[in-house]
Design a protein around this ligand. Structure first.
Ligand code: GTP
Ligand code: MG
Ligand code: ZN
Length: 304
């Protein structure tokens, strides 16, 4: 037996990185019976079948400290939510849903806005969006994978958990197809590891180039392993958050937190309840667009 980390899984075959190299593994039937599937990021024990072929079988999955639903990855510290400011344009509804999902998992979220090189000079779209989310208390980084700007900051942000600067971290890049996730991963790694796709000319969307999530170790400039990992993942355009109980949603919106205990009702969802301190601040301390998108999410949470 040898312990390792699951870095890739395609068609029931898993790659597990161990101190003795990468093993290609199947999973024991017991997982199918118990209805657990090994996930990218899992810490596992491998039963070796053939040492020379580096073939094994996943015998045990260690308890997960986190599990993100979209993309499905385990044991991550940070979700980098990636959008491009244009081509394709930023989808704020999806951004807000991803922020709720990461908050629900108690994961650190970093908002990364890519393709800043494509903005016409003087355009205010980027600074407006940055101001809203930074103002709400989120970490926002503006980058250009094409020009390399902001990448050093992003590499630093994903390399260590904010609360434990000495330890390595695992961060996943999540967002729609074509926003430049794989381009950013390559810049962070300083090598062309991931395949980059184009945009479909007709609709200006991505071409779903990355097909599988993959966990990759980040190396320092001098070739030393940093102990931090990044996960590239396939793009997606919709996100179901109906599993989050509706009464919990309000507590996951960061800027509502500042008004805790100030509404007339303790369990106020800030919709149409009288004496709502949050609603009184919409258009002032609370961005009207953010509030509106929150309201629109609540019915979905009821399954309507
Ligand atoms: N102008 C510009 N183009 C970029 C930038 N980053 C990525 N692109 C382009 O955007 C397109 C999509 O990039 P990818 O990195 O494949 O996007 P992705 O998010 O990984 O897409 P999926 O794998 O399909 O989810 C490619 O044509 C890239 O060259 C950027 O900073 N500026
Ligand atoms: Mg990709
Ligand atoms: Zn309220």
């Amino acid at each position: 037996m040898i312990d390792g980390r699951l870095i890739k899984g395609i068609g029931g075959l898993y790659s597990v990185a161990t101190p003795r190299g990468t093993y290609t593994c199947g999973a024991r039937g017991v997982f199918r019976i118990k209805d657990t599937t090994p996930l990218i990021g899992d810490y596992v024990s491998v039963e070796i079948i053939d040492e020379t072929q580096r073939a094994g079988r996943i015998a045990r999955i260690k308890p997960r400290r986190s599990e993100l639903a979209r993309p499905r990855v385990a044991n991550i510290d940070c979700a980098v939510i990636v959008f491009s400011i244009v081509e394709p344009p930023i989808n704020l509804e999806l951004l807000d849903r991803l922020l709720l999902l990461t908050a629900e998992q108690d994961l650190r979220a970093v908002i990364c806005i890519n393709k800043t090189d494509l903005l016409p000079h003087g355009g205010s779209a980027l600074s407006d969006i940055t101001a809203v989310y930074a103002g709400a208390g989120y970490e926002v980084l503006c980058v250009s994978a094409a020009e390399g700007s902001g990448i050093e900051e992003l590499r630093r942000a994903v390399s260590r958990p904010a609360d434990n600067p000495g330890a390595g971290a695992t961060s996943v890049l999540a967002g729609p197809s074509g926003v430049g996730k794989s381009s950013i991963v390559n810049k962070i790694l300083r090598r062309d590891k991931m395949e980059i796709g184009g945009l479909s000319l007709k609709i200006g969307r991505g071409k779903h180039t990355t097909r599988h999530a993959e966990l990759i170790e980040i190396y320092e400039n001098d070739g030393r392993a940093s102990g931090s990992y990044i996960v590239d993942s396939p793009g997606f355009t919709s996100l179901d958050i109906s599993h989050i109980p509706h009464e919990k949603l309000a507590r996951l919106v960061k800027e509502f937190g500042g008004f805790e205990g100030m509404c007339r009702f303790k369990d106020c969802r800030h919709l149409s309840e009288p004496g709502c301190a949050v609603r009184a601040e919409v258009g002032r301390a609370i961005d009207a667009g953010r509030y509106e998108r929150y309201v629109n999410m609540v019915p979905t949470a009821f399954g309507r």
